[in-house]
Design a binder for this molecule. Structure first.
Ligand SMILES: [Fe+2]
Length: 198
């Protein structure tokens, strides 16, 4: 309906009082995303844990609209790499996104097609503006759910494939109880490869 609306966010669960889509992502949908493939396979052999959930409010995917919802990344690790979202570029690269942290403790790992990278921390109340062109992945580095409100342009779309193929340049790992940002040894810079081939 094209009339203004409000919704409430339940404290502590942060589930919105209205939503249209509830997306769940389990470990099995993250094949190839965690650097420790043995730890991934071991965990998957035992169970298929729920890593994160997204509650979306449905709006038309057109310029002028703002798509919005809540993502909740649960606490946990695959080996020593924290639970995280798949991460994506926007299909329309020149589109931004805004995140507001409702609760929990996390990081946003970001990079551009040119290979620039950035990592910002999340605690309750922290607001992050991601300019156009920056791929983004949320990581839960705490013991509680990480809950994030997101808002992005209706026509942005998602490109998951680039990250599935090349990974993120940086990983966030638990090293002795501390979250550390380290180089991803398996990161491939597709833009660089393309320029070498041309
Ligand atoms: Fe996004």
């Amino acid at each position: 309906m094209n009339i203004p609306y409000t919704f409430d966010l339940a404290p502590s669960t942060w589930i919105p009082s209205r939503y249209d889509n509830h997306i769940i992502r389990k470990l099995s949908s993250m094949k190839g995303q965690y650097y420790d493939t043995q730890a991934f396979d071991r965990l998957l052999a035992q169970s298929d844990p729920l890593l994160y959930e997204v509650y979306e409010l449905s709006r038309p995917s057109v310029a002028g609209e703002l798509l919005h919802g809540i993502s909740i990344i649960h606490p946990g690790k695959v080996g020593n790499e924290y639970y995280m979202t798949k991460g994506h570029f926007h299909a329309v690269l020149d589109t931004a996104e805004l995140y507001y942290c409702l609760g929990g403790n996390g990081m946003m790992v970001m990079e551009t097609p040119e290979g620039d990278w950035a990592v910002e921390g999340f605690t309750a109340g922290k607001t992050l503006y991601i300019p156009p062109r920056w791929a983004h992945r949320s990581v839960n580095v705490g013991d509680l759910d990480l809950a994030l409100l997101f808002i992005y342009p209706g026509h942005a779309g998602h490109d998951y494939g680039t990250i599935e193929r090349q990974g993120f340049r940086k990983l966030v790992l638990d090293e002795g109880g501390e979250a550390r940002v380290v180089d991803n040894p398996r990161w491939v810079h597709l833009e660089q490869i393309k320029s070498l081939l041309l």
